[in-house]
Design a protein around this ligand. Structure first.
Ligand code: GLA
Length: 589
């Protein structure tokens, strides 16, 4: 026994430095790594027939993509016919013939069973309001719900218990995407409401105008829906995908109820749209981690500017989702896929970067025009995934010095798309990139001393973002890596810090240390001259250090034995615009 313990201790440390500095031990379930699978929306919109979906499911198996991790087969908008008077949702059996039953109640159970029998997982789709997205956005779809107005209200509002019991209990689904058009697109002034086609609701989400919406109302509905699911299935056994397109403040609450949440409007099959979806998630590294994932939307590989003739873009798209640790949901007709695209989607090394168990999101360490460098700390200490990105249409040279990877010179570089490995002699990783090309690398070597908080975002939670009770620019992200909430660089008294966390006053971050470290160090201070803030460090609820500072100050705090570290910034007065503050060079030794 003693021997075993000693071996475990030895395995967990290397000369006193924790070797697994960044895995989140408390998540061990279906969402411990981001979900992977396929969704028909980007390929078929509401034309989702059982035959098409099963054909794709077979292709997932025969192509090896399922074995590579793509297991969820999700149905999106379009599967329903009507809500019966007793509340049961009827399936459109012309699209899902196996759902027909002699008594007319219809059931997707045979379809779900079929997917399960193939070793796949089954996903379904609903809305948090009364009505759904296609009713507002695809009025000429032949697959809209039919019948009287109440029968066409197939969204989950007012039917949460019955719908969740149907989907998770009776049908046994594994994944539910819950959209929010019902909260956004049925305002009294909308034509389809004025003409009586649909019943008025809200709006509780006004896109791009958060101050006109009611995020608390939206959150409450998702919370009660999640509770209904939890009454049927244990948490951790399913995926709840929250689809408010980055609206309704979802990043701040969605992780309490769901396992993934959208950060952007719908992705289109264009390079610009892909980048803008990526950017929305990239800024939110502190909100994601094992069991809670930023979702920049489904992949467009195979479609439009990511099609068979655009392999450079397709590789870049997968690289960017993988370096984030984003859900990987393919969205094209796999039955017509050339092998070249299957090979990209199925690249095991790219998938391993996405699925790395530490769950750290990749963070931008430099951005200069179209050149962007993103680094994701992997679970294996001294291993970093690096994306060198050319966002533009002209060739470009992109480099990153090894110290920004927090590695010592003398590293091994594995090029995921090039399939080559090499020993790097110098101290800078450099690639010449063609238009829109991304080099995805796995770099391994000896780490620099200590672990920076920016290398362990998967273990950080934003407990309070500092916005409570006041208005903050909606374009800001209240807690950010390597940037202020406003997106500006971290500058303390004229000195620029390229590493650290930018927060608002009255914020509280939690870092799971699990007793692995001895000292916490940082340079802290308010980002605006003339303001003062109190920086407080707590260990398992006890105050370990507290400093009121107007000019940058160094903190050096013993944390031996601490499991949960809390980093608090408190403002002097709580009214008025928030103080912006930095935990620069925040690190653990
Ligand atoms: C919304 C979602 C999409 C898709 C459609 C279906 O736009 O964001 O992902 O589900 O609805 O109508």
């Amino acid at each position: 026994m003693r021997m075993k313990m000693m071996l475990a201790l030895l395995a967990g440390t290397l000369f006193g430095v924790p070797t697994h500095a960044a895995d989140m031990a408390d998540v061990d379930n279906a969402a411990a790594t981001p979900p992977m699978g396929w969704n028909p929306w980007n390929a078929f919109r509401t034309e989702v027939t059982e035959a098409k979906i099963l054909a794709v499911a077979k292709k997932l198996k025969s192509s090896g993509l399922a074995a590579a991790g793509y297991r969820y087969v999700n149905v999106d908008d379009g599967w329903w016919l009507a809500r019966r008077a007793d509340g049961r949702i009827l399936v459109r059996t012309s699209m899902f013939p196996s759902a027909a039953t002699p008594d007319g109640r219809t059931s997707l159970k045979p379809f779900v069973d079929r997917l399960h029998a193939m070793g796949l997982k089954a996903g379904l789709y609903t809305d948090i309001g009364r009505n759904i997205c296609s009713q507002a956005w695809d009025p000429s779809s032949p697959n809209l719900p039919a019948g009287a107005r109440a029968e066409r209200e197939v969204g989950s509002m007012d039917f949460q218990r019955q719908d969740m019991q149907l989907m998770f209990g009776e049908l046994g689904i594994d994944y539910l995407k819950v959209d929010a058009c019902g909260m956004a697109d049925y305002a009294p002034d909308r034509r389809h409401v004025r003409d009586g086609t649909y019943r008025e609701l809200g709006p509780f989400i006004v896109r791009h105008r958060p101050e006109q919406g009611d995020a608390a109302k939206v959150e409450a509905l998702y919370a009660s829906l999640a509770a209904e699911i939890a009454a049927v299935r244990p948490r951790g056994d399913y995926m709840l995908s929250i689809c408010t397109w980055g609206e309704a403040d979802a990043a701040n609450w969605a992780g309490k109820y769901g396992q993934l949440w959208r950060t952007s409007p719908d992705i289109r099959a264009t390079w610009e749209s892909m980048l803008s979806s990526f950017d929305t998630a990239e800024r939110r590294a502190l909100y994601a981690g094992p069991g809670r994932w930023n979702d920049p939307d489904m992949l467009q590989i195979g479609n439009g500017e990511f099609g068979a003739g655009r392999l450079v873009e397709a590789r870049a798209h997968l690289s960017l989702w993988a370096i984030l640790g984003a859900p990987l949901l393919l969205g094209y007709d796999l039955t017509r896929s050339p092998d070249s695209l299957i090979a990209i989607a199925g690249n095991r090394e790219a998938i391993a970067i996405d699925q790395d168990p530490a769950g750290n999101q990749g963070i931008t360490v430099s951005r200069d025009g179209d050149a962007q460098v993103i680094v994701k700390a992997l679970r294996e200490r001294g291993a970093k995934a690096v994306a060198l990105v050319n966002r533009g249409n002209r060739p470009l040279t992109v480099s990153v010095p090894l110290h920004r990877l927090r590695l010592r010179p003398g590293v091994a570089v594995r090029d995921v798309w090039g399939g080559r490995s090499e020993r790097l002699e110098g101290d800078t990783v450099t690639r010449r990139l063609g238009p829109r090309e991304t080099a995805l690398l796995r770099v391994t070597g000896m780490p620099l001393a200590g672990v920076h908080l920016t290398e362990m975002t998967g273990r950080i939670r934003v407990l309070e973002d500092g916005r409570a009770g006041r208005r903050v620019d909606p374009a800001w992200v209240p807690a950010q890596v390597n940037a202020a909430p406003s997106g500006e660089p971290l500058v303390l008294a004229g000195e620029r810090h390229d590493d650290g966390l930018g927060v608002l006053g009255n914020s509280r971050l939690q870092v799971a240390l699990d007793s692995r470290f001895r000292t916490f160090r940082a340079t802290v201070g308010p980002l605006d001259a003339g303001t003062t803030a109190t920086f407080r460090v707590l260990g398992d609820g006890k105050v370990l250090a507290e400093r009121a500072v107007a000019a940058p100050a160094g903190l050096d705090v013993p944390v031996a034995g601490v499991r949960l570290l809390e980093l608090v910034v408190e403002e002097q007065g709580k009214a008025g615009p928030p103080v912006l503050a930095a935990w620069a060079q925040a690190r653990l030794e």
